[in-house]
Design a protein around this ligand. Structure first.
Ligand code: ZN
Length: 347
């Protein structure tokens, strides 16, 4: 009797995970501890390699290069659409942090679009080189690391650091890790990169004007970066900001970031004169902190945010309109702040 009651109770509790309202706030549903975290729809490392190989096979304009291997020996791909040294080059870098995955999904979507040999892509290939390093941290992306991540709320499906426990986005001066070494030696020093977008995911509770944001952006802030590099970074930000703000789901804040050159946004602008933009999407796929995790219900609009902003940047560099972008919006862009979780209303 007691056993039957318990089974019923377990059934109700289990079932209620799927029927409870998810407490949608701001720009989309939050994890809030009452949504199951499912990441299995995200692209595996094996599928990612298949997708970029397929794009290179299919396209007249795409080449695939392996720039190195991760700590655990996984290949690190560089996807190159167009490779004319006379044209400007933009590089999209994703997933330095393994638990920041939707930006890679967005990159794969854009790569797939570019692999069509249609007229639009032929014109683009005449005007611009578009490079991708999708998923610099494939070990962290699958939680295959040499340290304990059992405190992560999705069970350690993915984590921030690389397999050796290093934060790759603090390693851009030392290049002590094979992933950052490969990026610098075989991409940044091997090609003439003009623009770079460093895509990340931030916590799920950042807000401006009391509204949760869908992301945030920032240009290089190290005082050693040349003013013209900063200005071009701000122009890149303007193009991507406008593309996102045009959509109903888009609300971007200004990221409150530091000036150290150990991070890509500053270090790459300083060392190589690359115009860089940090683009942070809302929420991560696994983390110990519930304020950081985002349930899968927001995946669609966040992937879309990545896709439309990448495509806008590509088009504006190709047709040169980026050079006319007005950067004054940066002066009034609100710096995002952490918004504490509202108290749940309980009967
Ligand atoms: Zn990150």
């Amino acid at each position: 009797m007691k056993k039957i009651f318990l089974s019923t109770l377990i059934f109700i509790l289990t079932f209620s995970i799927f029927v409870l309202p998810v407490g949608a706030v701001g720009q989309g549903p939050n994890y809030n501890g009452n949504e199951t975290i499912k990441n299995e729809r995200l692209t595996s490392n094996e599928d990612l390699m298949k997708q970029v190989e397929r794009a290179a096979d299919r396209s007249e304009f795409i080449e695939l290069e392996i720039i190195g291997q991760s700590v655990k020996g996984r290949d690190l791909p560089l996807v190159k659409f167009g490779n004319n040294p006379d044209n400007p080059t933009i590089l999209f870098l994703t997933q330095q942090h393994g638990n920041e995955q939707l930006v890679t999904e967005a990159a794969l979507h854009v790569i797939k679009g570019l692999s069509n040999n249609n007229k639009h892509n032929q014109e683009l290939a005449d005007q611009v080189n578009v490079f991708f390093v999708p998923r610099l941290n494939p070990d962290g992306a699958v939680g295959d690391v040499d340290f304990d991540i059992s405190n992560h709320l999705a069970g350690g499906q993915s984590t921030r650091a690389n397999a050796a426990g290093f934060d790759l986005n603090r390693d851009h001066n030392t290049l002590a890790q094979p992933e950052t070494y490969a990026l610098h030696h075989n991409v940044l020093r091997a090609y003439d990169i003009d623009y770079l977008v460093d895509f990340h995911h931030q916590g799920a509770r950042s807000a401006i004007n009391d509204q949760l944001v869908s992301g945030s952006i920032l240009y290089p802030t190290n005082s050693g970066v040349k003013p013209e590099v900063v200005e071009m970074s701000k122009q890149l930000g303007k193009i991507m900001y406008d593309a996102v703000e045009d959509r109903g789901f888009g609300l971007l804040g200004k990221y409150n970031g530091g000036s150290a050159n150990t991070i890509a946004r500053n270090g790459l602008a300083y060392e190589y004169d690359i115009s860089t933009l940090l683009f942070e999407m809302r929420g991560m796929s696994d983390h110990p902190n519930p304020n950081t995790i985002l349930g899968q219900k927001s995946n669609g609009y966040l992937i879309q945010q990545g896709v439309i902003s990448m495509e806008a940047a590509i088009d504006a560099i190709a047709d040169g309109s980026i050079n006319e972008a007005d950067t004054s919006f940066w002066d009034t862009l609100e710096v995002q702040r952490f918004k504490p979780q509202e108290e749940a209303e309980v009967e």
